[in-house]
Write a protein that binds this ligand. Structure first.
Ligand code: NAD
Length: 458
């Protein structure tokens, strides 16, 4: 564990390939290769956008070094005995990037490809995201390199509880509050809360994204997808898209993708192609997003849905549509496939779905992109609402949650959009600029930075 803000990417916990040292146990999950990933790592993607905005803001190198590195990086061993009778050693990570604006906040991912580089990138993204949405949090992220799809329910529970036991010292409702991400859900959060409670007493505000029966918030489960759709509504006219009848393609049909598709359907959008980790489908007459959600949440792979034809992931990306929503993993839109895309508007539900090289290609093609760092903030905003309710032990209605979520998302959109026009820069650069300014302002007011050279947002 390092308490220093300057730990380089290859320090201590990282392997010689620049990635975190991986679990060495001989389980199938280690053999999984995900195709069509990017030419750059998630960390390089986030660092690229940060650097571009920091250059424009003329942030001095020494101040930049504080902002671009993590405050604390924890790597832990998670030995769990599985059904084969053997003990398997997973690696768990919690990275706290910047806490100037409030307690650290960020999801926990269970996925075989999780490593320190990815978690570090996602933690940094959370710092800028919470600042852009203007909720009083810093940025963090966590993960375990296990494959929950290949584990039994009781085994996932063991991983979750063991992970909490190892990292609870750096967590707390006023220190660092985890939430769900890829491969984790409300049930995982319930186990994490329960494990924390064994040591500290009942503490619902230790995690967000909990089940409703355990002081979760109405509206939290749908919030990231709902936020994506609020952004879609805001961006449609700018991208010259008429929502009623607009054709939508969704990459990844988990929490974010399926909610975005279902809520976009309520606006009259037509879902024509969808993918998940196992493949993709297309039907130009429209795919019923609710029926597909029911089908996939019963554990069926999307390509087995019979009301559509199977296509390849590359064909999904090239499908002619008005709106493309990435809602899977990072780096899936990259230099080698961005030019094939055939849409007017991309609303990034996933984190870091687009590499910098792909982003340039899309800009040249005239595709309007609402970047991840604002587009998928709905989850953390609703998590903030859940935390507020937990601290007060008082529950809001779903209407209140959705209304307040809409207010925050629309304000974020208009603030970034105005800045983008004023500075004549893409939305992503405008968003990062606002995020960086807000974090700097907080750091200076707290006395972490006494440097008058840094720009002020106040
Ligand atoms: P999830 O685990 O519920 O769903 C992920 C989906 O992506 C699954 O359908 C999976 O099969 C699919 N997938 C994985 N690899 C794929 C590939 N190569 N091609 C196509 N599909 C693939 O996860 P989620 O919570 O919906 O998160 C999705 C994305 O949204 C992630 O990037 C996550 O970081 C981001 N995000 C999630 C939240 C949240 O509140 N859940 C908030 C902000 C951002």
């Amino acid at each position: 564990m390092s308490d220093e803000a300057t730990a380089p990417p290859d320090a201590e916990t990282a392997g010689s390939d620049g990635h975190g040292s991986r679990d060495q146990s001989p389980r199938e999950a280690n053999k999984e290769e995900t195709p069509q990933r990017a030419e750059v790592s998630n960390f390089e993607i986030v660092d690229h956008w940060f650097t571009l905005a920091a250059d424009r803001l003329e942030i001095p190198e020494d101040v930049r070094a504080v902002l671009s590195s993590s405050y604390r990086e924890v790597q832990v061993q998670i030995p769990v005995s599985l059904k084969d009778g053997k003990t398997h050693v997973f690696s768990g990570y919690r990275v706290q990037h910047n806490g100037a604006r409030g307690p650290y906040k960020g999801g926990i991912r269970f996925h075989p490809e999780v490593d320190l580089d990815e978690v570090r990138a996602l933690a940094s993204l959370m710092t800028w995201k919470t600042a852009i949405a203007n909720v009083p949090y810093g940025g963090a992220k966590g993960g375990v390199n296990c494959n929950p799809n290949e584990l039994e329910r009781g085994e996932v529970e063991k991983v979750a509880r063991s992970f909490m036991d190892k990292i609870e010292k750096v967590l707390g409702p006023t220190r660092d509050i985890p939430a769900p991400d890829v491969g984790t859900n409300a049930q995982t959060m319930a186990w994490l809360m329960d494990e924390y409670g064994k040591l500290h007493g009942h503490t619902p505000a230790i995690v967000t994204g909990k089940p409703i029966a355990l002081e979760g918030s109405y509206g939290r489960e749908a919030a990231t997808g709902r936020g994506v759709v609020y952004m879609l509504e805001e961006a449609a006219s700018r991208a010259k898209v008429k929502l009623n009848g607009a054709r939508i393609v969704v990459q990844g049909y988990g929490n974010v993708g399926s909610w975005a598709a279902r809520l976009a359907g309520e606006l009259g959008c037509k879902l024509i192609a969808v993918s998940d980790a196992s493949g993709a489908i297309r039907n130009d007459d429209g795919i019923d997003p609710d029926a597909l959600h029911t089908f996939s949440s019963e554990g069926n792979p999307v390509p087995e849905y019979e009301e559509a034809e199977k296509i390849s992931p590359d064909e999904l990306l090239a499908t002619e549509c008005e709106v493309f929503i990435p809602a899977a993993l990072g780096g899936l839109i990259h230099e080698a496939n961005a030019d094939d895309m055939n849409c007017k508007l991309i609303v990034e539900g996933a984190n870091s779905p687009t590499t910098p090289a792909a982003d340039m290609i899309l800009a040249e093609k005239g595709v309007f992109v609402v970047p991840d760092v604002m587009a998928n903030a709905g989850g953390v905003v609703a998590s903030y609402f859940e935390w507020v309710q937990n601290l007060q032990h008082f529950r809001w209605t779903e209407e209140e949650v959705n209304e307040r979520l809409g207010d925050i998302m629309r304000t974020a959109y208009s603030t970034v959009s105005d800045r983008s026009e004023q500075d004549d820069v893409p939305m992503r650069v405008a968003a990062y600029s606002i995020g960086i300014e807000r974090v700097l302002e907080a750091a200076r007011l707290r006395g972490y930075l006494t440097d008058e050279r840094v720009p002020s947002n106040g």
